[in-house]
Ligand binder design. Structure first.
Ligand code: NAP
Length: 305
């Protein structure tokens, strides 16, 4: 059987594409991955998702979107795609032993925030550790936080957090920033931000939520413990594009390159969400991307009857 649409990815981009495509009667197949749901599964309350004034838990958004997609006829498999073959039509999508064939494909595999790699970082994710200041900053009114990183994201997150936190410490592993000059200047002149240079986070401690971090001077190895309420990790993102290497155009960081927002160079292959968008990275913008991709698929079928 050749599927009309296969959507790869079960986060807000893939699920929004599925809702639209299934409502049009295309009965899409979503290959959602083992950890279906994407970055929203790592968050707790989401306060900026329109329509939920009381806030809604990230995983609950995924459950509801999935229900909505299923209601209109979307089918799901929770498996990881291991390879794709776009060299001839129908396109082939490989999942372990099985191969799916599709007339069109929407790629919504997302991106993952890079993490420092500490066990405690995972343990406290959503309970004091965050990889998104836009999402979680407002929870830290009057609290003290650190931001880890030295690139533009870390600068941007630190500056944003000054609106809420009483103090923001920027912890960077070297003695100079990678960020653009203008962002560095803003940070260095902000009275609420102090920089801790040449320092790595060695451990994150707490009982039920983050209470302190152990910082380590990378030159001397000396450690000291700093009481803190929040740890914002801003050391970059990695798009999930391994399986598309050599098949679709991507930039130096591995983000898919698109034209007209959602089109790849490959006919009938569309893109949505963080897998190409390294700038906005919000559930709502990813959702919007999914909708655009689904509408493009509709246009594709209208032109290929
Ligand atoms: P980035 O430029 O790759 O910077 C990552 C930072 O994290 C670097 O300072 C790096 O340290 C540090 N880092 C990496 N791994 C680490 C680890 N394991 N432990 C501790 N620190 C670690 O990533 P980004 O800041 O997310 O920016 C990504 C791209 O988006 C950039 O091109 C950036 O210019 C752009 N961006 C632009 C804006 C804006 O213009 N407003 C805002 C955000 C992002 P080292 O410096 O030592 O390598």
């Amino acid at each position: 059987m050749v599927e009309k649409i296969v959507i790869i990815g079960g986060g807000p981009a893939g699920l929004s594409a599925a809702i639209y495509a299934s409502r049009e009667g295309f009965e899409p197949l979503v290959i959602a991955g083992f950890a279906a749901g994407g970055q929203l599964l790592l968050t707790t309350v989401v306060e900026n998702f329109p329509g939920f004034p009381e806030g809604i838990d990230g995983p609950e958004i995924i459950v509801k979107m999935r229900e909505q997609a299923e209601k209109f006829g979307t089918r799901f498999v929770n498996e990881n795609v291991t390879a794709v073959d776009f060299s001839s039509r129908p396109y082939r999508i490989l999942v372990d032993e099985k191969t799916y064939e599709a007339e069109t494909v929407i790629i919504a595999t997302g991106a993952d925030a890079m993490l420092i790699g500490l066990e405690s970082e995972k343990k406290f994710m959503g309970r004091g550790v965050s990889s998104c200041a836009t999402c979680d900053g407002p929870f830290y009114k009057g609290k003290s936080v650190i931001v880890v990183g030295g690139g533009d994201s870390a600068m941007e997150e630190a500056l944003f957090l000054t609106r809420f936190a009483s103090s923001v410490k920027l912890v960077h592993r070297r003695d100079s920033f990678r960020a653009s000059k203008i962002m560095q200047e803003k940070v260095l002149h902000d009275p609420k931000i102090s920089v801790i240079w040449n320092t790595a986070v060695d451990e994150i401690k707490g009982d039920r939520k983050v209470e302190s971090v152990v910082l380590k001077d990378v030159n001397t190895g000396q450690k000291n413990e700093l009481p803190i309420d929040g740890v914002f990790v801003a050391i970059g993102h990695k798009p999930n594009t391994e399986i598309f290497k050599g098949k679709l155009e991507m930039d130096a960081k591995g983000y898919l390159v698109t034209k007209n927002e959602v089109e790849t160079g490959m006919e009938g292959v569309f893109v949505a969400g963080d897998v190409y968008d390294s700038y906005y990275r919000q559930a709502v913008t990813a959702s919007a991307g999914g909708v655009k991709a689904a509408l493009k698929v509709r246009e594709y079928f209208a032109n290929h009857q």
